[in-house]
Write a protein that binds this ligand. Structure first.
Ligand code: G16
Length: 550
C-alpha cells in the first residue's frame, strides 16, 4: 500500500543520513538548533516525525521550518508546526529528541515503532507536510535531507520555498482550514500579503500617513518579504525604507544587525544612522521578531521592545473594546521573566489588565494567552502576537454598533483579527500592528515611549562547560541547580536598589543567559556582570569571564 510504512525503505534512506557519534540532540526552545553541519541526520528524522504526526492527526498537514532565526549564519535549525500553525505539541518534543538520538538504522526503526504504538497511529493513513526555509547558505542541503525523510515514508510533500517562519505557520493553518468555517486564508504567499494589506488599509483609512519607517531586515528573509508586503500596502499608506537587506552575501545574516543585536546591545544596528524624529525597527533573521527604536534630541538611543509593543497593543485593544461596548470580552497579557519590571507595573496598574508570567518560548506564551478572550503575548525580545478566542471572534464578527463611534471601533477590531497573525509572533504583521496603532493615535515613537520608563536592564551570555546542569523553577526566575547558586545571586541582588536578576540556560544557543535590572544604569550593569562572574566561577565557565563594567 502506497501510504503504509516500509521499514526497509526507511533504513535504506537513513544510511545516507547517519547520526554523528557522541552528540546528544535536544528539542529546545524553538526546535533543534546548532551548527548546521551537525544537523543532517536530525532533519532527516524530523521529516519522519512530521509524517507520523500527520498520520496521527488524520492526515492534517504538518509544517516544518528550517531556520535558526536570530542565531549566527553558520547555525541552522528545524522545528515542527502543528495544524493550526501553533508550535508542536509539547509531549511530541520528546519523540523528536528520541528520534534524533537513535544511533543506528535499527534503533531508528525501533523508535518509530514505539511512537506508532504509543500513539495508536494508523500507518495506512496518508500524510502531508509543508516545508520552508530561510536564506541561510546551509538551507538547500538540509532541505534535501528533509525531503529524503519525507519520501522514505511516502508523504505528500509541499515545498513552500524560501519564506519567513511566520509565513510557514500561516500557510500550515490555511491548508488545514481551507473550505471550513474557520478558513484562515489563501494558502499562498500572495494570500498572506493580501490579507495583511487589506486589513491594514481598513484600520488606517482616513488618517494621515506617518513619516517613513526604516527597517533593518538583519540581512535575512524579511528583506525581500517586507518589500513584497510594502508593494501590496502601497506607499500612500506606509513608507518603508529597508536597510540591512542584503540577504544574498554570505556572512551578513544577523551580523551586527537585527532585533537580537539591537535588543541585547541596546544600540543601533550597523548601517543605521537615524536622526532625531526618525523612526526605525529591526527584524531578526527569519522575521518573527521586531523591536522599534529612535534617538532622542541629545542622541540617546531609545529602545521600544516587546514589552513596549505589548503595552501599546494592549492599550489600543482595551480602548476599542470599551468604545465598542464589548465589556464582556476580557483582555490579558502574557510575559516572561525578561519583561521589564516597569512594563509589568504599567500593565497591571495603568491598563488594569491581568498579567501572567511563563517560561521563555513562544509555545508557553501562546498557550497561556489562549486563556483570555483577547490574549496579548510578547517576549521582551520582540517575539509576540495577539490571540482572539473563538468567543471574541464570534462577538466581533456579529455585533452591531449602536452609534457611529461604536461601529467604527468594531470595524477596527474586525480588521485587527485579520491583521494580526494568529499563529505565531510575526515581524511583518507586528510591524503593521504597531504602524496601524501609531497612525490611529498619530503618535511619534517618543509619545509611545512615554507610557512608562524602563528600569535599566542588561543581558549577558556566559559560556559554560555544560549548560544542562542549570535547572530553574518559578517561570525561570529561580535556579534550583546548581545547588546554592540562587542564594548567592539573592545576596548580590539585595545590594542594589530595585535589583532583580535571574539565570537560565538558553534553549537556542550553547550559553547561559543572565538578566539583571536595577534603579540606575551603573548599578544594573554591575549587578549583571557580578552575577555573570558568579555563574562563571561556580558553574564551569569557559573561554573568558564576562567582565565589562566591573
Ligand atoms: C526563540 C524562541 C523565543 C525565545 C528565543 C530565545 O526565538 O522562539 O521564544 O525567546 O528563542 O530563547 P532562549 O533564551 O531559550 O535561547 P527565535 O527568534 O530565535 O526563534
Amino acid at each position: 500500500m502506497q501510504n503504509s510504512i516500509n521499514y526497509d525503505q526507511i533504513k535504506a534512506a537513513a544510511v545516507y543520513h547517519p547520526k554523528p557519534q557522541n552528540i546528544k540532540y535536544t528539542y529546545g526552545t524553538a526546535g533543534f538548533r546548532m551548527k548546521a553541519d551537525l544537523l543532517d541526520s536530525v532533519i532527516f528524522r524530523v521529516g519522519i516525525l512530521g509524517v507520523l504526526r500527520s498520520k496521527k492527526l488524520d492526515s492534517k498537514t504538518i509544517g516544518i521550518m528550517i531556520t535558526a532565526s536570530h542565531n549566527p549564519e553558520q547555525d541552522n535549525g528545524v522545528k515542527l508546526v502543528d495544524p493550526y500553525g501553533e508550535m508542536l505539541e509539547q509531549s511530541w518534543e520528546d519523540y523528536a529528541t528520541l528520534l534524533a538520538n537513535a544511533q543506528t538504522e535499527d534503533d531508528l526503526v525501533d523508535v518509530i515503532k514505539q511512537i506508532i504504538s504509543k500513539n495508536d497511529i494508523d500507518e495506512s493513513k496518508p500524510a502531508s507536510v509543508v516545508y520552508a526555509r530561510d536564506t541561510r547558505p546551509s538551507g538547500p542541503a538540509l532541505v534535501s535531507a528533509l525531503v529524503d525523510g519525507l519520501k522514505a515514508l511516502n508523504a505528500k510533500i509541499i515545498d513552500f520555498g524560501i519564506k519567513t517562519t511566520p509565513q510557514l505557520h500561516y500557510v500550515t493553518r490555511c491548508y488545514n482550514t481551507q473550505g471550513t468555517m474557520d478558513s484562515y486564508g489563501e494558502p499562498t504567499e500572495e494570500g498572506y500579503y493580501k490579507k495583511l494589506a487589506i486589513a491594514f488599509r481598513k484600520i488606517v483609512v482616513g488618517k494621515p500617513r506617518l513619516s517613513p519607517i526604516y527597517i533593518d531586515a538583519a540581512n535575512g528573509v524579511g528583506a525581500p518579504k517586507m518589500r513584497e508586503l510594502a508593494k501590496h500596502i502601497g506607499n500612500d499608506n506606509l513608507e518603508v525604507i529597508l536597510i540591512n537587506d542584503d540577504y544574498t552575501t554570505q556572512g551578513k545574516l544577523n551580523y551586527q544587525c537585527g532585533a537580537d543585536f539591537v535588543k541585547t546591545g541596546q544600540k543601533l544596528p550597523f548601517g543605521c544612522s537615524i536622526k532625531y524624529q526618525d523612526r526605525a525597527a529591526s527584524f531578526d533573521g527569519d522575521a518573527d521578531r521586531i523591536v522599534y527604536y529612535y534617538v532622542d534630541e541629545d542622541g540617546t538611543f531609545r529602545l521600544l521592545d516587546g514589552d513596549k509593543i505589548a503595552g501599546l497593543a494592549g492599550g489600543f485593544i482595551i480602548d476599542l473594546v470599551k468604545t465598542a461596548g464589548l465589556e464582556g470580552i476580557n483582555v490579558g497579557v502574557v510575559q516572561t521573566a525578561y519583561a521589564n519590571g516597569s512594563s509589568t507595573t504599567y500593565l497591571e496598574k495603568v491598563l488594569n489588565v491581568p498579567v501572567s508570567c511563563v517560561p521563555t518560548g513562544v509555545k508557553h506564551l501562546h498557550h497561556e494567552a489562549e486563556k483570555y478572550d483577547v490574549g496579548v503575548y510578547f517576549e521582551a525580545n520582540g517575539h509576540g502576537t495577539v490571540l482572539f478566542s473563538q468567543k471574541a471572534l464570534k462577538t466581533i464578527q456579529s455585533v452591531k454598533g449602536q452609534t457611529a463611534e461604536q461601529e467604527n471601533a468594531i470595524e477596527k477590531l474586525r480588521a485587527l483579527t485579520d491583521l494580526i497573525n494568529q499563529t505565531v509572533g510575526d515581524a511583518l504583521s507586528d510591524l503593521l500592528l504597531v504602524e496601524a496603532i501609531l497612525t490611529n493615535r498619530q503618535w511619534t515613537l517618543k509619545q509611545w515611549d512615554q507610557a512608562y520608563s524602563d528600569l535599566p536592564n542588561r543581558l549577558v551570555k556566559v559560556v559554560v562547560e555544560n549548560r544542562h546542569i542549570f535547572k530553574t523553577t518559578d517561570a525561570e526566575r529561580k535556579l534550583v541547580e546548581p545547588a546554592g547558586l540562587q542564594e548567592q545571586i539573592n545576596k548580590l541582588v539585595s545590594e542594589y536598589k530595585d535589583g532583580r536578576s535571574f539565570v537560565r540556560p538558553s534553549g537556542t544557543e550553547d550559553v547561559v543567559r543572565v538578566y539583571a535590572e536595577a534603579a540606575t544604569r551603573e548599578e544594573c550593569d554591575k549587578l549583571a556582570y557580578k552575577v555573570a562572574g558568579l555563574v562563571y566561577d561556580q558553574a564551569g565557565g569557559t573561554g573568558g569571564k564576562p567582565k565589562e563594567f566591573l
